[in-house]
Structures are given as structure tokens and as C-alpha cells.
Design a protein around this ligand. Structure first.
Ligand code: SF4
Length: 736
């Protein structure tokens, strides 16, 4: 159909935190999207990556959940199937990869083929029966109330999702807090940037970014660290590359020579887990050269002397010895950074996903603060947020220690504000994080869970332990659009809506709040998520009568000072960057902290950190360091992108990336099968020989169920941010 005959719907990309604005051109006659096009908005300027452009057809998959399902009591124990699959057929799936015919939704006995490593639908489905919404919702309410009455509020926990709109995230945390009297509510920020948020709160009093990725154009030096931005935030990465063409010096720091390294002026390839030593060494040199901003330190920071004493012990020679980055490179970075008139730091999960994640981020905050690189155009701190709405879901209160807008759950005055607003008494104690909930289930604490759009069976570390925990839950509700790996453990599965099937607001990594618009109705009997949450709330006795996302937004915004002056009706075209002190500002606020930080005393708190090694170092038996992450074409546990035809065709199979020398030493060539094992589990997958890895390190994306990287990862967590160490554990590799 020519473009003029198609229905244009303006919305937002559902994948990464860049949140590109896009338009779907919909053929209403044929009933599908014809194509997607980038839409002009300051943060994306009409650009889209491959996921935004082609990753939407999953919504029409024949595997969509369209009716509520209830587990049939049988001899089939929860999680047994995934165990069997692991033992019997994964290798087969890996060998075949994709591309042997479609067969989606058909069983192997019917001549079809299981799609890649996705959940074998027809093997799981017989263990559930279809139910009416009334029956499913009544069962959920009665079982949750029963367990709550028997064991108290601590027996219930909820995982929300960074895929939820702001309104859905707000409503979900309100249900858990007001309905069950517990703050046991969290989401995948815990696996993403929880350590960055902890450090930013402590350091500058706000968990959000201090400037945008587009502001890189005003920087003369930008450090991009622990981020393969070209794969994970592709459109943000295009701004970095554009800035370099216009004269910004790019310093790239990462253990992998990702494609950002190809566009950098300096590439510091550090050993994994040595960030604190490297940044302490750089600060040591900045101070030695007298390149600190003394006025800024005196008037806008606290605790400089302690920081200076700590980094004094990290001369570049020692930093080089620990990090593997040459002394000359450390000196060069220090000089460039110290002399920059405007310097900015962007970081990814290579910084945050360590047991030292909070310390890593503390060093970056100190790097900016001692050189006066905060509060002006082209300066600042920016953790590149992962999911499209991880910023908004966190803002809206899907965090166990904070009400919406990061207001402490343990603060009496704050609690009273929310008790008055919600008309009920609330728990004075912090709740459990994602990682703590898993432990609590195994210890007999949490007994029932409600999961909205999360898939911890693939996304959490050490999934053999997660399997044990999920199997042990007395009652599990999973609300999702597909039968995910986690749904296999559910007692009730509720068919939810994809982002194409609902209205709502989403907040990107820049703090840009945008309106996502509905393209289609949900399929079959699937329902919009906020309506489902409301149905459960009513059945447990809450008097909720929301009629639209706008009504929820209008309740939420007065409770969230940072969202003041945001108007639901004005978020459609390009969205707005919060905070908006002046409603006449066309695009909101780009640079924060121009006069004071958000801390109580208005100062940046410098927190020194000592370098600590990772928790599980390589050994004779497990000689390689495993790093896990994402590919450009896929998203998290693959439930959407592996059902998107084009994306799956480009990247159909799980691979372990290793340096040519390591592969050769093991007798492995490109495409061979290798067995990768840690102390917690093992997987079989194809070898990808890659010059981007350093010898001794291997990289495995975590999208692939049939070779689940998180069978290998370690569940040690950062003591402050409670984030797991996804970026470092010891493994061995052998030909299969
Ligand atoms: Fe979507 Fe991110 Fe790609 Fe933009 S950069 S199109 S938000 S995945």
C-alpha cells in the first residue's frame, strides 16, 4: 500500500533506554504493520536501529497468550520440563539453530519444528487448562489472601517490569504496597543499574542522569566506559560518533574492543573487574598534574581530602599493573580529561554489573566532580539505562526501598504522605530486592509471587538456583504476552498486552517522558496490563476505579515532584525532559545541578573506593573469565526479538565469543560446538572466533534459552546496589 493509504501511529520503540520516537504505518485492511519509520524528536532525530525498524512482528506471533491459563494438578512437577530440555534436547536445538522451516506453534510430532530454543509450547501447554478471567482472577485473589493471612505481608512479593508504562509500574507497586502491606516489589533495574543509582543517590542526590547523550555534542572530551553502545544503545552511539566527527575526543574504556573502540581517540582495554584501580590511577595523575578544579571542589563538594588520600595510593604504575592498561595511556587519559573544558562520562553495565558496581560508579562521580565537570553543557554523568522504561519504572516506585520519585520507604513523613494519598497504612520497612527474594523463597520467607512481564528464569544469575526457588513457591502468578521460561513455573498465567496494544507514558535514559500509543487491540481475550492489576486489586478489597492511563498519570504526578508540570496531553510529539521548572520550556531540562546538587547540603559527596578483586577468579580448572551481555539484534531473554522474523534471521543462534589464540589452543574453529562450564552449570553452543575479546576472556549473550548464559553466572551481589556480578565468573571451555 502507498504510505498515504496507511494509518500512521506515532509511538516509542519498546527496546532500549534510548526510546526512539517512531511511527508505525498500519495497513488496516490487511490488519498488520507495513513498516516503521523514525520520527523526529530531539533524542533520536528520526534515527532507528535494526530492532526499532524490524522488531515488531512478534506481537502477531501465533504463540501469543490469548486466554487465562490455570495449572492442572498432575505428576508433572514445576520446572521439570526445563530440566529435561537442558539434559536432552538443548544440544539438538543448538546444532539446528534456526532456519529449518517455520513451524511456530507446532509440535515436533506434528511435522513442525520447535522455534529455536523458545519454550516448547505444545509440551508445556497440556499442563495448563484454559480458564475464564473470572475464575483466574478469583483464584489469584483467594490464594494470595490466604497465604498473606497465614504468613503475613513478608510472604508476598511482586516483580514488575521495565517494559511497563509509567502508569502500570505505579499501579503495580501500589498494589503490592497498599494491598499486601509490604515493600517487596522490585524489577529488572536490580539487574541493570541498581549500583549506579545507589552511587548517584549517595553522591549527587538523584538517580537519574545529569545530562543527555545528545549533550555529548557540547563536550570536548567524552569517556564511554563499560558500554558496547553500538550494540546496546545504537542511536545514542550514533550521537557519540557524530560528536567525534565534530571534534569531541572520545576515550573508550572496556575489556572488549567493541565497535565504539573503532571510533575512539584512546582505547583503554582494561582487564575485567579492575575499573576502580584504573580510575583511581587516573585521578591520582589528575591531582599530581594540578588539573583539578579547586573552586568547584571547595564550593560544591565534600570529602575531597579523603578521596585524595585514597587515590594517592594508586600511582599510574600500580593502576597499570592491576588493570593492564599501559602507564602512558593512563597518563594520556588523565591529561586529556584534566584539561577538558567540558568533559562527560557515559557508562553501561560493564560498570554496574559487578560486586563492586557501586564503587565503580563512585569513581566516575568523583572523576567528574574533582574536575568541575558537572552542571554545565557538555559535562556530567550518564548511566545509559537498559530497557526502554527502566528509568520510568524506577521513578514510579518499582523499587523496594523507595516510593515513587525515590522517596525513602523508611521515612515516616514520606510514608504518611502515601498513606494519606492511598487511604491505607503502609509498611515502615524496606522490602526485598529481586536477588534477595530468590534467597528468601529458598529460606521459606516469600511463599507467593505476582510477576508482571519479568522472566527471572533466564535473566537472573545462577538459574539452577532460580529454578529451585521458583519450584518451591506455593503460588506464582505470571502476567505476560508469551509462555516464558518463568511461566512454566506458574500456577496461573494471565494473557497481557504488548506495548503495541495500549496507551501509556515511558521515560527514556535522558529523563524524556513520551507517550506511547495503541496500534491494535490485544489478541483474543488478552487484556491491558493496568486493567488486570486493577482487577486483582479490587478482588483483594481495594476500591480502585481507574478508567484510563491518563487518570493514573494524574494521580501519580502530584506524588512525584520531578514530574511536576508534565501534562499527559503534551507528551506525544517529542516528549519532555523532566524536571520542568518552567512549563514554557519547549523541551524540558537538559543539564541538572548547575547551582546545587540534590543532596541535603547541596554538595556532591565524594566517596573514595579501594579496588577489590572479583568474587570468583580464574583457576587451573576454570581458566577463563566469562562476560555476559547483549547483541544488537536481540533483547534480553529473547521472548520478543526471537519471535521477530528479521532479527532472528540475522542472529539465529547462541555463540561463545573467544579470541583466536584461545580457540586455536583448544582446537576450536568458527562454528564448532563447545561446552562451557562453571561451578554452577554448563551449556553447549557454537564458537565465534572474535578479535574483540582479549585472550583469557569469553563473551556469551544471555538471550538464548537453549544455551542459557545464566546457568553459568554467579549470584554474588554488590553489597550496596544488590546487583549481581554478571560480568565476571570463572569458566572452562572444551570442544564438544
Ligand atoms: Fe529502539 Fe534503542 Fe534501537 Fe532506538 S536505539 S530503535 S530505542 S532499540
Amino acid at each position: 500500500q502507498p504510505k498515504e493509504k496507511l494509518d500512521a501511529v506515532d509511538t516509542v520503540c519498546p527496546y532500549c533506554g534510548v526510546g526512539c520516537a517512531l511511527t508505525y504505518y498500519v495497513d488496516r485492511e490487511r490488519g498488520g504493520i507495513s513498516f516503521a519509520e523514525g520520527r523526529d524528536q530531539p533524542g533520536s532525530q528520526g534515527r532507528l536501529c535494526v530492532k526499532g525498524r524490524y522488531g515488531w512482528d512478534y506481537a502477531a506471533s501465533t504463540q501469543r497468550l490469548t486466554k487465562p491459563l490455570i495449572r492442572v494438578e498432575s505428576s508433572y512437577p514445576k520446572g521439570a520440563l526445563s530440566q529435561d530440555v537442558k539434559a536432552e534436547s538443548d544440544r539438538d536445538v543448538v546444532r539446528k539453530g534456526r532456519g529449518e522451516g517455520k513451524g511456530e506453534g507446532k509440535g515436533k510430532g506434528k511435522g513442525g519444528r520447535k522455534p529455536g530454543g523458545l519454550v516448547p509450547y505444545d509440551e508445556v501447554m497440556p499442563h495448563f487448562r484454559e480458564a475464564s478471567w473470572e475464575e483466574a482472577l478469583d483464584l489469584i485473589a483467594s490464594r494470595l489472601k490466604e497465604i498473606h493471612t497465614e504468613g503475613g505481608p513478608g510472604t508476598i512479593a511482586g516483580f514488575g517490569s521495565a517494559k511497563c508504562s509509567n502508569e502500570e509500574a505505579y499501579l503495580f507497586q501500589k498494589l503490592i504496597r497498599a494491598g499486601f502491606g509490604t515493600n517487596n516489589v522490585d524489577h529488572c533495574t536490580r539487574l541493570c543499574h541498581a549500583s549506579s543509582v545507589a552511587a548517584l543517590f549517595e553522591g549527587v542526590g538523584s538517580g537519574a542522569v545529569s545530562t543527555t547523550y545528545g549533550d555529548v555534542a557540547n563536550a570536548d572530551v567524552a569517556i564511554i566506559t563499560g558500554s558496547n553502545a553500538t550494540a546496546n544503545h545504537p542511536v545514542a552511539s550514533s550521537f557519540f560518533k557524530q560528536a567525534r566527527r565534530n571534534g569531541t575526543k572520545i576515550i573508550y574504556v572496556d575489556p572488549r574492543s567493541g565497535t565504539v573502540a573503532d571510533h575512539a581517540d584512546i582505547f583503554a582495554q582494561l582487564k575485567p573487574g579492575t575499573d576502580v584501580a584504573l580510575y583511581n590511577g587516573i585521578m591520582h595523575e589528575v591531582i599530581r598534574l594540578g588539573l583539578i578544579d579547586r573552586d568547584f571542589i571547595a564550593s560544591r563538594t565534600s570529602n575531597y581530602d579523603e578521596l585524595a588520600r585514597t587515590v594517592e595510593a594508586y600511582p599510574p604504575e600500580l593502576a597499570a599493573q592491576i588493570s593492564g592498561v599501559p602507564v602512558e595511556t593512563i597518563r594520556e587519559i588523565a591529561r586529556l580529561w584534566g584539561e577538558a573544558k567540558a568533559g562527560v562520562i557515559y557508562w553501561g553495565m560493564g560498570i554496574s554489573q559487578h560486586t563492586t558496581g557501586t564503587d565503580n560508579a563512585r569513581c566516575l562521580i568523583a572523576m567528574c566532580s574533582i574536575t568541575g565537570n558537572v552542571g554545565r553543557p557538555g559535562t556530567g554523568l550518564h548511566p545509559l539505562r537498559g530497557q526502554n522504561n527502566v528509568q520510568g519504572a524506577s521513578d514510579a516506585g518499582l523499587i523496594p526501598m523507595f516510593y515513587p520519585n525515590y522517596q525513602p520507604a523508611t521515612d515516616t513523613a514520606t510514608r504518611e504522605v502515601f498513606e494519606r494519598a492511598w487511604g491505607t497504612s503502609l509498611s515502615p520497612e524496606n522490602g526485598l530486592t529481586v536477588t534477595e527474594v530468590i534467597k528468601s523463597i529458598l529460606d521459606g520467607g516469600v511463599r507467593a509471587m505476582y510477576m508482571l512481564g519479568e522472566n527471572p528464569f533466564l535473566s537472573d544469575p545462577n538459574i539452577n538456583k532460580v529454578r529451585k526457588a521458583l519450584s518451591q513457591l506455593e503460588f506464582l502468578v505470571v502476567q505476560d504476552i508469551f509462555l516464558t521460561e518463568t511461566a512454566e513455573f506458574a500456577d496461573v498465567i494471565l494473557p497481557a498486552s504488548s506495548y503495541l496494544e495500549k496507551d501509556g507514558t515511558y521515560t527514556n535514559t535522558d529523563r524524556r517522558v513520551q507517550l506511547g500509543r495503541k496500534v491494535f487491540d490485544p489478541p483474543g481475550e488478552a487484556r491491558v496490563d493496568w486493567e488486570i492489576v486493577q482487577e486483582i486489586a479490587r478482588r483483594i478489597g481495594l476500591d480502585w476505579n481507574y478508567e484510563s492511563p491518563r487518570e493514573i498519570f494524574d494521580e501519580m504526578v502530584p506524588l512525584m515532584p520531578d514530574y511536576a508540570n508534565l501534562d499527559y496531553d503534551n507528551l506525544g510529539a517529542g516528549g519532555k525532559l523532566y524536571p520542568i521548572e518552567d512549563p514554557d520550556l519547549t523541551d524540558g531540562t537538559v543539564v541538572l545541578f548547575d547551582e546545587r546538587f540534590n543532596t541535603d547540603d547541596g554538595l556532591a559527596h565524594l566517596v573514595p573506593a579501594e579496588w577489590l578483586p572479583a568474587k570468583e577468579l580464574p583457576s587451573e580448572e576454570y581458566p577463563f573469565v566469562l562476560n555476559t551481555g547483549r547483541l544488537l539484534q536481540h533483547w534480553h531473554t529473547g521472548s520478543m526479538t526471537r519471535r521477530s522474523f528479521a532479527l532472528d534471521a540475522i542472529a539465529p543462534r547462541a555463540e561463545v565469543y573467544m579470541h583466536p589464540d584461545d580457540a586455536a589452543a583448544l582446537g576450536l574453529a568458527e562454528g564448532d560446538l563447545a561446552r562451557v562450564a562453571s561451578r554452577r552449570g554448563e551449556i553447549v553452543l557454537n564458537v565465534k572466533v572474535s578479535h574483540r575479546e582479549v585472550p583469557g576472556n569469553v563473551f556469551i549473550p544471555f538471550h538464548f534459552r537453549e544455551a542459557a548464559a545464566n546457568l553459568l553466572t554467579i549470584d554474588e551481589i554488590d553489597p550496596t546496589g544488590k546487583i549481581p556480578e554478571f560480568k565476571f565468573c570463572a569458566v572452562k571451555v572444551a570442544p564438544e
